[in-house]
Design a binder for this molecule. Structure first.
Ligand SMILES: Nc1nc(=O)c2c([nH]1)NC[C@@H]1CN(c3ccc(C(=O)N[C@@H](CCC(=O)O)C(=O)O)cc3)C=[N+]21
Length: 299
């Protein structure tokens, strides 16, 4: 049976280190790490995520602010708010919760966030820095950064000689994940919905990262025996066996099948999800260190 990679436990360790780093910075320079989360509309899933980000930020001793705009706010109103946060020296990290309402151009909004405060790592400047290996001053997107930390904890930092397959090519997960694996010297393939014989490609992977957003798409026989499997998917599906109208979370990997083949695998929930939030806190305190002219710790 595969080892179950405990993302919740690793995330708690990261949070502990963030808390200590934030305290140390405050003692040395008086800088209190400030994180602003902006949410537009009242999508219930987004509310839950934003609430847990706020809770975690407070736990880290941050100055934590939440800005809520109505569903029918204009793109310009949101951009004005981002501009004020850019100019506010008490704020070191800005996160605009995605998805935004359809009438807003999310890409345009993200590019108005100051790259120095872009703790999601979605701004072109940060994307370019990651792509060119300029890690010292970049922000790495939280989900790939957290996934990478789980891989390091499981098989180490050095992936030369290993084959990695990332299923999914989003700007938020797939592409930055591939860049991180490449930087660790893995031989990397990015596969996606139009890849012929996806199962055969996945079977080449010593490290398999599933980020497609399709419940339990990756089956047990897609997995190379002994592979490390990172399941980024968070899919809410109906669970009538739990009672009328009940739902449950599943990943992009059929866990029960995969754990019989893999050497290690992340569960859903309790795997990559908690790491995403922990890395957001790590990016925020890193930003505060940079703003204070101090060398941030590594997480
Ligand atoms: N600008 C922006 N940045 C984001 O990082 C961002 C976003 N927008 N929009 C939404 C997605 C989703 N996301 C998650 C974070 C934590 C969990 C998490 O902690 N999940 C728990 C379970 C949560 C539950 O029970 O629903 C787990 O997997 O164990 C999940 C999803 C961040 N996102």
């Amino acid at each position: 049976m595969a080892e179950r990679i405990d993302g919740k436990a690793v995330a708690a360790e990261v949070i502990e280190r963030v808390k200590r780093a934030a305290d140390a910075l405050r003692e040395k320079t008086g800088t209190k790490t400030g994180l602003a989360v902006v949410i537009v509309g009242d999508d219930p899933a987004s509310q839950v995520y934003v609430a847990s980000k706020g809770r975690m930020a407070k736990e880290c001793g941050f100055h934590s602010v939440e800005h809520r705009l109505p569903e029918d706010a204009s793109g310009d109103e949101l951009i004005d708010l981002v501009g004020r946060l850019n100019d506010d020296p008490s704020i070191h990290g800005i996160l605009v919760q995605l998805p935004l309402p359809a009438h807003m151009d999310a890409g345009r909004v993200i590019q108005t966030i100051s790259p120095e405060k872009d703790v999601d790592g979605f701004h072109f400047i940060n994307v370019g820095k990651l792509g060119t290996g300029e890690r010292e001053t970049a922000f790495v997107p939280c989900t790939p950064a957290g996934s990478m930390l789980l891989i390091e904890r499981t098989i180490g930092k050095e992936l030369s000689g290993k084959t990695a397959v990332v299923v999914g090519r989003s700007n938020i997960v797939g592409k930055p994940m591939a860049n991180l694996l490449l930087a660790a010297n893995a031989t990397v393939t990015i596969a996606h919905s139009r890849t012929p014989d996806l199962a055969a490609v996945c079977r080449t992977a010593d490290v398999l990262v599933a980020a497609v957003g399709r419940p339990e798409m990756v089956r047990g026989d897609w997995i190379k025996p002994g592979a490390v499997v990172i399941d980024v998917g968070i899919n809410r599906i109906d669970a009538p066996e739990r009672g009328e109208g009940k739902t449950r979370l599943v990943g992009d990997v059929a866990y029960g099948e995969a754990e019989k083949v893999a050497s290690a695998i992340t569960p859903v929930p309790g795997g990559v999800g908690p790491m995403t939030i922990a890395m957001l806190m790590a990016n925020a305190v890193t930003s505060a260190y940079r703003a204070a002219g101090e060398q941030p710790p590594s997480f």
